[in-house]
Design a protein around this ligand. Structure first.
Ligand code: CMP
Length: 148
């Protein structure tokens, strides 16, 4: 059965239109269906709301500064096993480690630093639901599920 996940193409990637086009092609080649997409620009308050669980961590200010530095893409991706598959495609959180352990992943190819890691993916079914609701409150999740 198809599953949904929430993906972000973060500001460092979105700032580069050639890299962004390559990533969209990569997403399609890997048979993800893009069921919704938005290009956004966050305020500091938006970033702090989404990343609330990281408040107090040493990288929190850096993370919020990064995520408010420019436009980024939010996508709802659909595929059987979408949550796990998208996380496998983007690779480990830290690009320098991804380059060693997972060289063909998106963070290895495009990520800049531990903070500016270019991508996000939901990590579980309940977080995917919450994150889809955060970015796409108008998306009718219940109806999508009924139609499966
Ligand atoms: P993501 O996993 O999408 O959500 C949390 C973000 O915090 C993560 O991507 C990085 O952008 C950032 N982050 C996580 N760990 C670190 C770290 N050790 N140093 C700096 N930034 C980090």
């Amino acid at each position: 059965p198809a599953q949904l996940t929430l993906a972000l193409l973060k500001p460092d990637l979105t700032a580069n239109s050639i890299k962004t086009a390559k990533v969209f092609a990569h997403i399609q080649k890997n048979e993800f269906n893009i069921v919704a997409q938005k290009k956004l620009l966050w305020s500091k308050r938006d970033a702090e709301a989404f990343y609330g669980e990281h408040r107090g961590k040493f990288f929190f200010e850096r993370l919020c500064g990064y995520m408010t530095s420019g436009h980024f893409h939010a996508l709802i991706l659909e595929k059987p096993n979408a949550i796990q598959d998208w996380r496998a495609l983007i690779g480990p959180t830290h690009p320098p480690r991804a380059r060693i352990n997972a060289p063909s992943t998106l963070r290895s190819l495009y990520g800049l630093t531990d903070t500016r890691n270019s991508f996000h993916g939901s990590d579980a079914v309940d977080t995917a639901k919450n994150e889809i609701g955060f970015f796409f409150p108008e998306f009718e999740l219940d109806r999508w599920e009924e139609e499966q």
